[in-house]
Design a protein around this ligand. Sequence first.
Ligand code: NAD
Length: 434
Amino acid sequence: MADLRLPTTPIVRPDKDRFLAEENPFEAMMSRFDRAAELIDLEPGIYKVLRSPEKQIIVSIPVLLDSGEVEVFTGIRVLYNTARGPAKGGIRFDMAVNLDEVKALAAWMTWKCAVVNIPFGGAKGGVICDPLKMSAGELERVTRRYTAGIIKVLGPDSDVPAPDVNTNERVMAWLMDTYSMHVGHTVNAITTGKPVEMGGSLGRREATGRGCMLVAREALAHLGMNIKGATVAVQGFGNVGSIAAQLLRQQGCKITAISDRTGGLVNTKGIDVDDAIEHIRKHKTLEGYTKGDVISNEELLTQGVDVLLPAALENVITTKNAASIKAKIICEGANGPTTAGADTILDEKGIFVIPDILANAGGVTVSYFEWVQNRGGYYWSEKTVNERLEEIMVRSFQEVLHLSLQHKVNMRTAAYMVSINRVATVHKLRGIYA
Ligand code: NAD
């Protein structure tokens, strides 16, 4: 049965302006983009096209609250680029949502879909609201009115949303129903991350964590390190972090540190991941889990491990702490965990970073599988989903690695080079419509 619970342990962003602490999110994305664009000698005309989002929509969302009052929320949807196919990207409900961040995340989605070579463009959306303070009815009304507000851009051929921070299968079910009511028939390919009962894909829930495990495995092999006994620290023990930890454990890794928003713990003998997941199932957070020594989230990042897997927040590895990081590999499960300034320090230290647009692309890859299954009306087994995911993640990792070695650049720059090149090629082939 689908998990239709509303978010209970949302991403906590203690500092609403986290991004601004070091850099504006759009500029952070652009600084990486510019470096890769220069290296692939991107034509100036295409450069201008790729620096600009295609469409930015801001809607007011009037909602009748349970109290009888009317509140007006603000909703945003940015379609960054659709040259390679329908725009794809999540919707977040969060007080920190703002246009700059949504634009950056929509661009990220464009590069992420291109790096794994799935036929989607990039989008992102959000509603400025605090879901923790809202009832299920209020959240449903916000979702439906937001969907109606952006309905002209939505469609299985134009823009396909997905869950993101503080949204889930439940929210996607409302969105799909609202869209279907507007067009007069059921369109399950309008969104991904739906409950399996209404066309969601088997394996979607585990896909991002599985993708992280696969690229971490490839990185360890590339560096000549044995996966059996490799030590791993995981920040964030939600969907991505806990599943990646579980799968890495199954590959023989030793998970020595984990954390969530309540703090972390370290155990050099190895943490029993299944037991920690069971604790979270019962208690919602890691608080009270005592099978290790207590550490802070900051201390987790500087553990002497083989693999560090940040899987919670953006901008946690910064110029302030990058020099203290001891991991040999950073596998970016979260979106944007490393600032552009920190990249340079990590390079100098010789740390092998598997960038977010590659490391966490397993989720969007299985979202693509979901959309394909919906459109074909034929559903795959979980084994088939996992096999096809593995094929795409391994191939994409090797393509990025190849370019990184060829051009002597880090994996992030190589990943951007691969993806910008793919999007630019399609623009060149299509030409500029006048
Ligand atoms: P989640 O809500 O399931 O889990 C988030 C985890 O982070 C929880 O354990 C939470 O307690 C922890 N956390 C929250 N605030 C924290 C803080 N201040 N310090 C430390 N930990 C904190 O979310 P998720 O789906 O696992 O997503 C995690 C990251 O991965 C996000 O950056 C998200 O954008 C990215 N991501 C997720 C997917 C996906 O398919 N779920 C796909 C791509 C990228």
